[in-house]
Ligand binder design. Structure first.
Ligand code: HSE
Length: 340
């Protein structure tokens, strides 16, 4: 067996703790699948003293994530703090420049700086992986970069924000006003700290921009995503739509049209009997239309401890196996700039 893969985790929120738990509960299974042991060496989080229900005694603690990113005893830096700029950006850059592989769940960072970070990873001959950044437990990135790599992708379509889908289905099923369900979703902890990221279609737009880059070989262009949220949808809209046999979904669509690459994230009418029409509550669904594969439909949980940490684990295991899939499915320098 080859040498141990040593990792450091920045951020011990829901996902970070989820990864810690899987590393401990599935240790044997992960070692057999990786062909080597994986060892968590060091961590960094806001508070050292907070009771997280797991023992951190054997782990090195870094109060500054930049120090974690350059530790000589880690091979992989896992960024789970979020935010589309520093300190997350600086930490990821530091790790890549220090020759460490990086795993991140940070879609906002990728949507804004994914191109330069992918180029930096390539320059330093390390991996930048982000399965957890798009649709949580759904293997959307690996499906595109690996399983569908032999296809020209015609279209991507999907529901990529569980909170919005929850709000819309709850409004419809219980005949409740938007504000009532919004407050309920907030109490349940579904909404991001800044709720406009969810209900304004921004979070889902980040995910669509990432998938679009991989599917169409283009540089990420989040600004080009035509975004509209769900804030203005009323129970009456939903009721009328239902009477016509449709449902309202916050739907993401990317495709090449005569005018160029189109990326839209907005409320749309979908047939109530279609797979997306039947998607309830906080579930996500992503549909890829490949020229050879035909339509491939993925459905699953887009958030939460288990699903999102499952996606992070898949990236850890990929790195342990030496799987060298390029960040966006092809060399970052070969990606086309769509809106020069
Ligand atoms: N706020 C996101 C959602 C979390 O509701 O889907 C996962 O990105």
């Amino acid at each position: 067996m080859s040498s141990i893969l040593k990792i450091g985790i920045a951020g011990l929120g829901t996902v970070g703790l989820g990864v810690l738990k899987i590393l401990s509960s599935h240790s044997e299974l992960i070692t057999s699948r990786s062909g080597r042991s994986i060892e968590l060496k060091a961590i960094s989080a806001r508070s050292k003293s907070k009771n997280r229900g797991v023992s951190l005694d054997d782990l090195a603690w870094e109060s500054n994530i930049i120090d974690l990113a350059k530790r000589s005893d880690i091979d992989v830096f896992i960024e789970l703090i979020g935010g589309d700029d520093d300190p997350a950006k600086e930490a990821v850059e530091t790790a890549l420049k220090s020759g460490k592989h990086v795993i991140t769940a940070n879609k906002a960072l990728l949507a804004k700086h994914g191109q330069e970070l992918a180029e930096l990873a390539e320059k330093n001959n390390v991996s930048l992986k982000f399965e957890a950044a798009v649709a949580g437990g759904i293997p959307a990135i690996k499906t595109l970069t690996e399983s569908l790599a032999g296809n020209k992708i015609n279209k991507i379509m999907g529901v990529m924000n569980g909170t919005c889908n929850y709000i819309l289905t709850r409004m419809e099923n219980s005949n409740l006003a938007y504000e009532t369900v919004f407050n309920e979703a907030q109490k349940l902890g579904y909404l991001e700290a800044d709720p406009t990221l969810d209900v304004g279609g921004i979070d889902a737009g980040h995910k669509l921009a990432i998938l679009t880059s991989i599917a169409f070989g283009t540089q990420i262009d989040f600004a080009a995503v035509d975004k509209q949220g769900i804030e203005l949808i009323s129970v009456q809209d939903i009721e009328q739509t239902r009477e016509m046999g449709y449902r309202i979904k916050l739907l993401g669509v990317s495709q090449i049209t005569d005018e160029g690459l189109e990326q839209r994230m907005q409320p749309c009418l979908v047939s109530a009997t279609s797979p997306i029409g039947q998607l309830e509550n906080a579930m996500n669904m992503i549909i890829f239309d490949g020229d050879n594969s035909g339509q491939v439909i993925l459905r699953g949980a887009g958030a939460g401890e288990g699903p999102t940490s499952s996606a992070v684990m898949s990236d850890i295991i990929d790195i342990a196996r030496g799987n060298k899939v390029p960040t966006f499915g092809q060399s970052a320098t070969s990606l086309i700039k769509m809106n020069p």
